[in-house]
Design a binder for this molecule. Sequence first.
Ligand code: HGY
Ligand code: MN
Ligand code: MN
Length: 417
Amino acid sequence: MLRNVKRPADAIDEQRLWRRQMELARFGARPDGGVNRQALSAEDIAARRQLIAWATARGFACSVDSIGNLFVRRAGRNPDAAPVLTGSHLDSQPAGGKFDGAYGVMAGLEALEALEDLGISTERPIELVAWCNEEGGRFPPGAMGSAAYGGAQKLDDLLAIRDWEGVTVEAALRTTLAATPEAPLRTLGGKPAAYVEAHIEQGPLLEAARTTIGVVTGIQGAQWYHVEVIGSEAHAGTAPLKTRRDALKAAMAMIAALEQLMADETDTVRFTVGRFDVTPNSTNTVPGRVLFTIDFRHPDAAVLARLGGAIEGVCRAHARGCEVHVSKTLDMSPIRFDAAIQQRIDFTAGELGLSRMAIASGAFHDAKYMNPLCPSGMIFVPCEKGISHNPVENATAGDLAAGARVLVEVLLQLAGQ
Ligand code: HGY
Ligand code: MN
Ligand code: MN
């Protein structure tokens, strides 16, 4: 039992949290210090098995649902009460950092451990969730697990999605579930009492304001598209340019025109072409096929609709004789979090003597799909220079622990001591 603990936040163990972050970062570790732990990969499975081991060592019950969301449950006095949920994701970008997603899962585990260390019982169960495939790098769209849990996407549609090598979610999920038998299957979906997610900010505002806690007000909207351009292969030396259907040059013209469409002197629109696959990718063959992705974001639903609605027309206008297929793979409306949850986070941070500020999220999170189900919110902590989706992503043990201290207190308030 812990001594001289005045409140649950005091039971958060900064060293234990940091040690676990570093241990988790071993799964998919890259030589440059980042992680490559893509959804339903061997590295993701290893991280899931580690989480289950830590959880079962404390007597928490583990379970998994049919889209691969992994749950760690700390029982409450009333087993039938709607649980309070916390969590984030274990999967990473291919050139990701140690903390994006992993921090929210580790902070949630640390909160459960702190309550256990103090022997505090709660009226409601508290469940920690490692949402499946938040990043969407291997299997688009992102936030797949929470979208299925919240009913925003159909399970069968998601199971049929293929990665870039043609492997389906269903096949990868079968392997993953077989590798984690300690987590029995549970029904998909639920009606939680509340949801609070801890995450690094992935932007520079908290660090610039020398502020420890971000009280997240909401998440901007996001849309993803796949654009497939189909021309025809030809000999680089013999085919006259006027007869070519060059998929690469057409794609380049489309992207240049899309940049015009997305141009915004207020620098609010976030337009990214992150993937650009050329076939056959040979020096002396005119490219016959290009697939490129579009990710664009904005806080205003009307701007998202206007820009999103113009994408296909812009691509077709620059087809240069090629076939064009434009498909939308992700469509997230902007959301605002529950005011009372924000107030709790703000008040608790103040009680703990932590600096805090209201902040909107540029990145999307699983909390987006929890928001329609129950009062939801997020706690941000700073990351170094705001860098994320990059192997050098970094945070301090002190800030991570501060976020976990706010989290455990807010979860306890919501679960009822
Ligand atoms: O893309 C995002 O906003 C999230 O970090 N996956
Ligand atoms: Mn994330
Ligand atoms: Mn991310």
